[in-house]
Structure formats: C-alpha cells, structure tokens
Design a binder for this molecule. Structure first.
Ligand SMILES: Cc1cc2nc3c(=O)[nH]c(=O)nc-3n(C[C@H](O)[C@H](O)[C@H](O)COP(=O)(O)O)c2cc1C
Length: 400
C-alpha cells in the first residue's frame, strides 16, 4: 500500500515497547507517508528523539513549553496537521489522561484537541492491562470513536506472561493502512478474491493439487482491504495468516470454491480469481485408502467446473471480473484467448518458468491485459507491490 502524501502523527509514550515504534515509523516512511513523531518526557527515557528525527527528517517535540520560544500554538497546529494520530506504545498513564480530558503533556494536549481519528496501541504489564480502571479508560476512548489495536498475549519484558504486549509494528501498519483506506477508492465496494490451490481427492489420504501458495491472492485481498473494500477471500488450504479485516472462507475442492464464489457474486463489484483451482479431478474418489500395488495404477481424470466461465456466461452483470493466467509458453497469446473466451475485464498473466514469477515465491512479474486492448507489464517485485499495481490498473483512474 502506498501512503504517499498521507500525514501521520506518531505519539510515543513511556513504555518499554517504545523501541518497536522505530520500526513502525520506518515502515510508514517506506510506504511514502509523512511522519511527525511527538514523544512524552517519559518516552525519551526509553529511546531518544534523535532516532526518530533521523528516521523522519523532522524535529521531535516533547515539551509543552520548550525553552526556545516559538510563535503560535504548536499543540493546536500538531492536532490539525495529520490525517491520523497513532499512539504507539500507549501507556496506561496516557490512556488515563486522554480518557479523562487531562492535558498534562504536549502529546496528551494534541490528542485531546484533535478532530482526527486516533489509533492506540496499548502496551503494558498484564496486571496493569487487567486493571479495571485501565479497562474502563480504554472503553471510554472506544466509545469516543478511538480505535484500539488488539494487545498481544505472551511473555512481557518484566518476564511475566499474559495479555498486554504491544501489537506488532506490521499489524499496527495494517490498521493504519485500513483506516486511511476507509476513504479509499474501494470504499463501499464488495470485492471477492480467491487464493491458493484446490485439492481433489483420490482417496481419503491422497489428492491431486498444484503448487499455488495463495500468496498472490492474499496480497490482493490485503491491498483491497487497505483501499477500503469489503473483502471476501475464498481460499484453498494455504499456510498463510488470515488478513485482518477480511472475511475468509476456507474451502478444499474446486466445486467448493465455485459454490463459495457463487454465494458472494451477485452483489459483488469485483471478482479477482487469483486461485489455482484444479482443472481435473479423479473420476472416482475412493472412500477407503487404495492399497499399494506393484502393477501401478491408473487414475482417470475428468474436468472440474470452470468457475469464471460459468459465472461470466450465466451471472455476470456489472461485476468487474479479473482472471489470472499461468502459462509456461506463449503466455500473452494464450491469455488473450482466455480473456475473450471467459468474457473477462482483465487478465493477469504470469509465466511459471520465469525467474521470480508465478507460484510459491514472494515475488512475481506480470502483464495485465485489459479487454480494451491496453496492457501493462509490471517488472519483478514483491507480491504486495504487484498487488498494489494490479489494483491501481483495474480501478478507474478518477478513483485513484
Ligand atoms: C522500565 C519501565 C518500563 C515501563 N513500561 C511501561 C509500559 O510498558 N507500559 C506502561 O503503561 N507504563 C510503563 N512504565 C511506566 C510509565 O513509564 C509511567 O507510568 C510514566 O509516567 C508514563 O508517562 P507517559 O504516559 O507520559 O509517557 C514503565 C516504567 C519503567 C520504569
């Protein structure tokens, strides 16, 4: 996700997890955001302002009344400047201050004065987190429309175990991206994405499948969520974490994938078929395990349902339909035929034999063909970046 020109104020309060926010700031800067860090006095005991000044190229204010005189009201300027405020880590103390309207530090004053959305990443010892007053203060902020990142459960810096660890920087980044995406080009749109390989069983212990890892589909679902879409992901058996904020339906066979997609298709705005359904399935799936036999065995295969073909022939209305095409030769020619035969709006072409492209890896290299005849070649890049380029191309230019 690109956060170019997005202004994010990161507030850092005095918790042991303050060092993790350096990585969060780095992720945001890398995504193109303008980041302004404001620290509490206590936070500077854990990590220096210099670290954040170096990462953001901006001075890090701490004091409400700095020695160097300044003109104007910097607490109000900072409260109006960002698109979003993120407090990471959020101490029990700062949560208490803001939930009760106390403005005893520059950061608390900025948050009390702001009209912007505030995301908090609480971080504290499990006893502090379980404290009823702390919980009540968190609820007060939530009732005011503030967003709380889920705390992690695990070992604390103080060696105790429980709930209260700060969310990981990558998860806070996802929350920020999703929050910014709410006003994004997919806001109010329903997006169905498929991902991963399907399995067709031969007997209870054996199946035929393919090498799809689901990484491309998951990246497309994550990006659609960041762009503000209501995302439904239909996924085969993959070893990937469910993307936050995405509704995930887990299936195994191509028939099950077809049913899950059909159930979501009628009111969908986009269908992106990044999965690798099986083209064939065994004619017979045995109920009991087939015994090993020295003579070998033959498995008769029959075609499975072609999900895109079926939907485009019978059910397509205004849905934008995007197919994926994985070939090992003549990929552009073959994909153009598929685009037409399946009445798709776009087809994303990759060649399984090219270095850094296709199944399983973390990178891809694709060409997107449009039914209008236009195309875009996207050079080798991480799948997240490829996903962002695909959405950029699919979405009408006035919505970007
Ligand atoms: C070593 C150490 C670690 C601390 N870690 C935390 C913490 O993780 N979470 C928390 O809420 N308070 C923590 N505290 C207590 C806060 O630093 C303290 O409440 C402070 O007043 C918070 O100030 P602030 O909210 O203005 O940043 C810690 C204190 C020390 C000495």
């Amino acid at each position: 996700m690109k956060l170019t020109n997005r202004k994010i104020l990161i507030g850092i309060s005095g918790g042991i997890a303050a060092y993790k926010s350096a990585y969060l700031v780095r992720l945001l800067v890398k995504a193109g955001a303008e980041v302004q860090v404001v620290m509490t006095e206590a936070a500077t005991k854990f990590i220096t302002p210099l670290t954040f000044e170096a990462l953001t190229d901006r001075e890090v204010p701490v004091e409400m009344f700095p020695k160097d005189r300044f003109a104007g009201t910097h607490h109000i300027s900072y409260s109006k400047w960002p698109d979003l405020i993120v407090v990471s880590p959020a101490t029990a103390d700062l949560i208490a201050q803001v939930s009760h309207g106390f403005c005893s530090s520059l950061l608390a004053t900025i948050i009390c004065a702001t009209q912007r959305k505030v995301i908090w990443a609480p971080s504290m010892n499990e006893g502090m987190f379980a404290n009823p007053t702390v919980q009540k203060n968190i609820e007060t902020l939530q009732a005011m429309g503030h967003v709380m990142a889920d705390v992690g459960v695990g070992e604390m810096a103080c060696k105790s175990y429980g709930a209260g660890r700060m969310a990981e920087p990558e998860d806070i980044f996802e929350l920020i991206a999703a929050e910014i995406g709410r006003g994004g080009p997919l806001a109010g749109k329903k997006v169905v994405v498929t991902a991963g390989a399907c399995r067709e069983s031969i007997d209870p212990v054996r199946f035929i499948s393919n090498r799809s890892s689901g990484k491309m589909g998951y990246a497309l679902a994550r990006e659609a969520e960041r762009l503000g879409g209501e995302v439904h992901l239909v996924a085969g058996p993959v070893s990937l974490e469910d993307p936050p904020g995405v509704k995930v339906a887990k299936i195994e066979t191509t028939e099950q994938m077809a049913q899950a997609v059909e159930a979501e298709f009628a009111d969908a705005d986009f269908l992106v078929m990044a999965a690798a359904p099986a083209d064939y399935k065994p004619a017979i799936s045995f109920d009991q395990k087939i015994k090993k036999c020295d003579k070998g065995m033959k498995v008769e295969l029959v075609p499975t349902v072609d999900i895109l073909m079926k939907l485009s022939a019978n059910r397509k209305e205004s849905q934008v339909m995007v197919g994926f095409s994985l070939e090992t030769e003549n990929e552009i020619e073959n994909s153009k035929k598929k685009l037409k035969a399946k009445n798709l709006d776009f087809i994303v072409v990759n060649n399984a034999n090219e270095d850094g492209a296709g199944f399983d890896g973390d990178t891809n290299r694709v060409t997107i063909l449009s039914k209008s005849g236009d195309s875009l070649a996207v050079d080798k890049a991480p799948k997240d970046e490829i996903a962002a380029r695909i959405w950029e191309y699919i979405l009408p230019s006035d919505s970007n």
